[in-house]
Design a protein around this ligand. Structure first.
Ligand code: UDP
Ligand code: UDP
Length: 458
């Protein structure tokens, strides 16, 4: 098609997420938002996916949005890098995607109309950069962690140059940001020989070829961190959150029990898209839950990858717990549509691992959080929860497996969460601010509309 034939058409954009539901969902949400704001959209996905949740979400997404095009690459077998010692399947998938990224070349070359822009996930920015250059393709990313954690990532190369051994300090200073506790930083990030640091360092350097860095946060929620990013060299940061929910299938919310519960009476519990705690710790939590008197809806996972997670709820929590609490709560083993559950009027609290998507969902829907962050960026995200007064956090609970947190200690916090009237009022304010930024004329909405407007049709 010639340029003139294309004139007046909508911009065609593609999104390309990396591995794991915490990456796929926000990229699908972005895709749906770009579509509903007038773009023609393609979603590029890498197969086979690691989890069933990813493949199910993709097929349900394309049936709900038939105008959005699905483009697939089939991953090549991975030659393992001997320096790469991590056995986390989602990290190995990142390596595979990086290794197979040249498969995008024939795919991009075949697109008609050609792309006006692509949104590529941060972990593969470096590998994508020669493709962006060869195709002269305006490239953006969508960051799926907090602006606070991303500020730390962006400053990490300099920090590691300046400091001999950060792990001996109590806090680190990212310019223009209040100090970050060293105990909140994932230990792998402090080891300059760790491949995790290598990946961050090279992808941070690659930010400079991007036209814009979208992030799923909103200015009111993280004003200092957004400003710090601007001043520390990521001046093309675009806080466009909270992302809108994607449409849901009716069957995703088949929970008649929840419909019968009184407003704000149910505690929702989810530790993310994968198992986060040992069985012993989960049982301690179950005992605390019983003690607290909360009604509850618990979405339970026990393995890293759902395909391999065959353990039954009874075997994890014990059949006597389920029997005793059968009139007070429901445990769902596997996946449930968290955003729709959090939006339900019966939900009055959220025990969360503080994956950033979950924090933004809680903020947007005004649900008070008890933060229990066991891995990765989650403790820095919990610092945001605490600071903005979206919830409670006991720092001393530490990383996963550091120590067993006892039932009494947990029950006390669960009860505090239920009785904290001030928190209940505060989360309404947070929800209101999130809504304002998403509305027409709000900062987030203006940024995304301006971005779409700026896309030139090729
Ligand atoms: N999620 C969900 N159902 C589940 C578990 C997770 O809908 O059973 C969603 C959750 O709402 C969030 C995403 O999956 O949007 C997980 O991302 P997050 O950053 O919160 O945590 P991660 O799993 O990446 O650690
Ligand atoms: N991690 C984990 N369980 C989780 C989340 C993360 O074991 O629920 C580990 C993961 O294997 C990695 C580290 O924590 O070694 C950092 O994960 P992060 O959440 O930062 O990764 P991402 O969300 O970008 O995939």
């Amino acid at each position: 098609m010639s340029k003139s034939e294309n004139a007046g058409q909508r911009p065609h954009v593609a999104v390309f997420p990396c591995a794991g539901m915490g990456h796929l969902l926000p990229y699908l949400r972005l895709a749906a938002m770009l579509h509903s704001r007038g773009c023609a959209v393609s979603v590029i996905s890498a197969h086979p996916t690691i989890s069933d949740a990813e493949s199910r979400s993709l097929s349900s997404f394309f049936s709900l949005y038939p105008q959005i095009r699905s483009l697939e690459i089939q991953l090549l077998p991975l030659k393992r890098n001997p320096r790469f010692t991590n056995d986390d399947p989602f990290f190995i998938q990142r390596e595979s995607i990086g290794n197979s990224i040249h498969l995008l070349r024939p795919l991009l070359a075949s697109l008609s109309p050609p792309l006006s822009a692509i949104f590529v996930d941060f972990p593969v920015l470096t590998e994508f950069s020669p493709i962006a250059a060869d195709f002269s393709l305006p490239t953006y990313t969508l960051i799926v962690t907090s602006a606070r954690f991303f500020s730390l990532m962006a400053h990490l190369p300099r920090l590691l140059e300046q400091e001999d051994d950060i792990s001996k300090k109590s806090e680190v200073c990212v310019p223009h940001l209040d100090p970050i506790q060293v105990s909140s930083i994932p230990p792998q990030m402090l080891d300059r020989r760790h491949f995790f640091v290598e990946t961050i360092t090279s992808n941070v350097a690659s930010l400079s070829y991007l036209k814009g860095v979208l992030i799923n946060t909103f200015t009111w929620l993280e004003p200092e961190a957004v400003e710090a990013l601007k001043r520390n060299g990521v001046d093309h940061i675009l806080p466009i959150g909270p992302l809108e929910a994607i449409k849901a299938e009716e069957s995703d919310m088949d929970l008649p029990w929840l419909e019968e519960q009184a407003p704000k009476s149910v505690l929702f519990i989810s530790f993310g898209s994968r198992g986060a705690h040992t069985k012993e710790q989960l049982r301690e939590f179950a005992a605390a839950l019983e003690k607290s008197g909360w009604r509850f809806l618990w979405v339970l996972k026990s393995g890293k990858v759902d395909r391999e997670d065959k353990e039954e709820t009874e075997d994890i929590l014990g059949s006597s717990f389920l029997e005793r609490t059968k009139n007070r709560g429901v445990v769902i083993k596997g996946w449930a549509d968290q955003e729709r559950i959090l939006a339900h009027s019966a939900i009055g609290g959220f025990v969360s691992h503080c994956g950033w998507n979950s924090v933004v969902e809680a903020a947007k829907l005004g649900v008070p959080v008890l933060a229990w962050p066991p891995h990765g960026d989650q403790r820095v995200n919990a610092e945001v929860v605490e600071k903005v007064e979206l919830g409670l956090w006991v720092r001393g609970w530490g990383w996963a497996g550091e120590r067993l947190i006892g039932r009494d200690e947990i029950a006390e916090k669960l009860i505090e969460l239920r009785n904290d009237e001030r928190l209940r009022e505060r989360v309404k304010e947070v929800r209101e601010k999130a809504r304002e930024e998403r509305e027409s004329g709000g900062i987030s909405e203006t940024l995304i509309r301006d971005l779409i407007h700026s896309l030139k049709i090729k």
